[in-house]
Design a protein around this ligand. Structure first.
Ligand code: NAG
Length: 455
């Protein structure tokens, strides 16, 4: 564990000492090295690891591995644009994104909920820097403001609650809170209490009504920013909800019915909104909102099956939506446009990229033996157990998910070739490698899905 953390720290040194010519190669290689070692965490018995500072179990370890996995991929993805910039700017870009991934990783492996909270908030700073400094359009400042204000407002109640919890129970260690039986004094509105304590996570995930910052942030962010946002930052919220829910055990589903209702209708609403988007990146962002709200419903149902489903869903979504952003970026780098109508008919020019679009779209709509499907089935089964009506509404969402995914596929791949895209440069091996590395864990996890099950 410490070895991996020192490898991360070495990353900063490499960034500043590496000769400009080999900068990206060295950084990417080192990233893959870290990934390789982080995979060794799967050999731990039940992912259990504890140390005064670090702690891992079945909820945090898969997400920590996902964070390490995505880091070299973001570096692979951002090379072509960044190479054109002055060398000092390249170096600050790399340090900022390393710092971002590193704080996320520390948040997932922190042994104390207060530490988790600190790193959770710390990840906001580099995200904002990446969006506002390396974003491409002038609305990026607005996107940064949205991101900062939504996140910070949500964080206040959580901090108050954590402090209160510490003063009454004397510890915030996740293991301790799992074993302890908490007897809370009777409250007036436990549902409201649940919602306020979890606002920080609900904003991060994001819950419907709190999701406005996400499409903005995604549209303005550079590729590494989008990948990290979709891949790991949203999962911080999901992790937080799953982690703190044993502390709020007294709250039953009936008291949070209102939140459940918003969540379920939000799934439908965002899926429908996806059908009306014209901007490719904001469509993918909306589809992440729709997928992550399913995680909220799973956390609300809170049965072992729904937790396992939520884990599988988060990992699958991290890989798939990050891959979708990479694909959107390959089109964007060639045409400088995110408007879907301008990207029509690319399949004729880039057939292999067309194949990737198809595979990743199929993953996004949870085609059977994929890990996305496993997650969705587990969540749907536990929802059905709770209420068949809720199940029916979420099942309706499957149709809309299929509809908008096919819409993306058709809008970007099929149709007559517009006149302006006759001179595209072909797909590079780097891009194929990038997509392959996104999809292969999805395939491999099908063979061993119990890695993600926290029963
Ligand atoms: C992030 O970038 C800014 C410049 O925009 C730089 O001043 C800062 O040191 C960078 N942060 C890290 C952690 O390297």
């Amino acid at each position: 564990m410490l070895m991996i953390f020192s490898a991360w720290a070495l990353m900063f040194i490499t960034t500043f000492l590496a000769p400009p010519k080999h900068l990206w190669a060295l950084i990417t290689a080192q990233g893959f090295f870290i990934t390789f070692f982080s995979i060794s965490w799967t050999f731990l018995q039940d992912f259990n690891f504890s140390h005064p500072l670090f702690f891992m179990d079945k909820i945090s370890a898969p997400l920590a591995i996902l964070t390490c996995w995505l880091f070299p991929l973001t570096m692979l993805a951002s090379q072509s644009k960044m190479r054109l910039e002055p060398i000092a700017r390249q170096r600050t870009y790399i340090t900022n994104s390393t710092f971002l991934q590193f704080t996320t990783l520390l948040a997932f492996t922190a042994s104390d909920l207060m530490l988790f909270f600190i790193f959770f908030e710390a990840s906001l700073v580099p995200t904002m820097i990446i969006i506002t400094r390396w974003g491409t359009q002038e609305r990026r400042l607005e996107a940064g403001m949205y991101l900062a204000f939504y996140t910070m407002l949500g964080a206040v109640p959580l901090m108050i609650w954590l402090t209160k919890f510490y003063t009454t129970h004397g510890s915030l260690c996740p293991t301790f809170t799992h074993t302890m039986h908490i007897t809370q004094a009777a409250m007036n509105c436990p549902g409201l209490f649940w919602a306020t304590c979890n606002t920080a996570f609900l904003v991060k995930l994001p819950m419907y009504y709190f999701h406005l910052w996400l499409p903005k942030a995604h549209v303005e962010a550079p590729i590494a920013g989008s990948m990290i946002l979709a891949g790991t930052l949203l999962k911080l919220g999901g992790y937080g909800i799953l982690r703190t829910s044993p502390l709020l055990q007294e709250v039953t589903l009936n008291q949070t019915l209102f939140i459940m209702l918003i969540a379920i209708l939000g799934i439908l609403a965002t899926a429908l909104l996806c059908l009306r988007q014209t901007d490719l990146k904001s469509l993918i962002a909306m589809s992440s909102v729709s997928h992550m709200i399913i995680v909220i419903t799973a956390a609300l149902v809170s049965s072992p099956w729904s937790y396992s489903g939520a884990m599988a869903m988060m990992i699958a979504h991290g890989l798939t939506s990050s891959a979708l952003f990479c694909l959107a970026n390959t089109s964007y780098e060639r045409t400088n446009s995110r408007t879907m109508i301008l990207l029509r008919g690319v399949m004729l020019i880039l057939p292999l990229a067309g194949a990737w679009w198809l595979i990743i779209a199929l993953f996004n709509l949870a085609i059977p033996p994929s890990i996305n499907f496993a997650g969705e089935v587990l969540i749907m089964v536990s929802l059905f157990n709770w209420s068949p009506v809720a199940f029916l509404i979420v099942a309706l969402n499957l149709i809309f998910t299929t509809a908008y995914t096919l819409y993306v596929l058709w809008a970007t791949q099929r149709g007559p070739l517009p006149k302006h895209i006759k001179t595209l440069f072909p797909c590079l091996i780097r891009e194929h490698l990038l997509l392959l590395l996104h999809i292969s864990p999805g395939f491999l996890l099908i063979l061993k899905p119990e890695l993600l099950f926290c029963i």
